[in-house]
Design a protein around this ligand. Structure first.
Ligand code: DGY
Length: 318
């Protein structure tokens, strides 16, 4: 029986694989993220950690958990993204890392499409006005947005989530293009990101956060987009330079934006709150009951497999 730390509260049933395997679960009453010091102390006497994207599993945390200081064998991040985990440190310390691929694609694509529609049709600001009793009644020139049906969508990255967005776009008769660094040999592939985004009505970002993608949408790139276009981001906040985005929106150089992720999710850039034609969601891309439970189960099943000496499919680093 191994000791498995669960850093925050998981959905009901999420830890079933650990329970079925007979492992001891170390959980907490408090659902607030650990401080770095608390996290280091908590990992020092466990075999595995099931963590969330709010936990920074950096080299110090790995060192505090892994041999010779401790006996940590595996970190399972309950997310498909794992930019909060220092993979190099984990690999060097022979700590396996797992994530939750495959189970959140459709749910996240739903939210990306919601943002595409809501930002392009100005749904948030219209609803905010209505709720604030500022709507004077119907007017022919109110809240005019752009049509999504028949528009051109550019997907940045073409993994499972982007492809799920593409399937939704087909139902709206959109022309769908995608950019990846290597040729997908699929219809709609564009080698040049700047060229693609300059020809799109909507650009939706689906790349992981890496040193190459940090700041990918900076002022120069945003300026390539059409004035009537909308930028949607459901991947990771730091891929977009938020100040550059707000500058473009305020200047009318970009029509709108739909964001589910932020550069600093504990203190969202306040300029975004007043940016025109902007829909802001609090990182709920995968937030359905079924998907969140499944994510927790996949992460916990990865822990069970690694502790049993197996190589689960969701292994990022072994
Ligand atoms: C992920 O899985 O990486 C999302 O951001 C949270 O579901």
């Amino acid at each position: 029986m191994a000791r498995v730390l669960i850093t925050r509260h998981l959905p009901a049933g999420g830890t079933d694989p650990l329970i079925e395997a007979g492992h001891e679960i170390i959980d907490r009453d408090d659902d607030a993220p650990f401080t770095p010091e608390q996290l280091k102390a908590a990992v020092s006497d466990v075999d595995a950690v099931v963590c969330l994207l709010t936990d920074k599993i950096d080299a110090e945390v790995i060192a505090a958990g892994a041999a010779p200081a401790g006996r940590l064998k595996v970190v399972a991040n309950v997310a498909v993204g794992y930019d909060n985990v220092d993979l190099a440190a984990a690999q060097a310390a022979q700590v396996a890392v797992c994530n939750t691929p495959g189970v959140l694609d459709e749910t996240t694509a739903d939210i990306a499409f919601l943002l595409i529609l809501a930002a392009t049709r100005r749904a948030s600001e219209a609803e905010i006005d209505l709720r604030a009793q500022r709507w004077p009644g119907w007017g022919i020139n109110q809240y005019l947005g752009h049509d999504i049906h028949g528009a051109t969508l550019g997907l940045v990255g073409y993994g499972r989530i982007a492809q799920a967005v593409a399937r939704r776009a087909a139902g709206f008769s959109m022309t769908v293009r995608h950019h990846t660094r290597s040729n997908t040999n699929l219809d709609g592939w564009c080698a040049d990101l700047d060229e693609m985004i300059s020809e799109c009505d909507v650009v939706s970002i689906h790349v992981p956060l890496t040193e190459q993608t940090r700041g990918l949408f900076d002022a120069k790139r945003i300026a390539r987009m059409s004035r009537s276009a909308v930028l949607v981001n459901t991947s990771r906040g730091p891929v977009v330079d938020e100040d550059a985005l707000v500058d473009a929106l305020e200047a009318g150089e970009l029509f709108g934006a739909g964001l589910d992720v932020y550069a600093d999710e504990s203190a969202v850039n306040p300029r975004l709150f007043n940016a025109p034609h902007t829909v802001l969601l609090p990182h709920i891309g995968s937030a359905s009951h079924a998907t969140r439970q499944q994510m927790a189960r996949v992460a916990c099943a990865g822990v069970v497999a690694v502790l049993a000496g197996e190589q689960p499919d969701n292994l990022v680093v072994d």
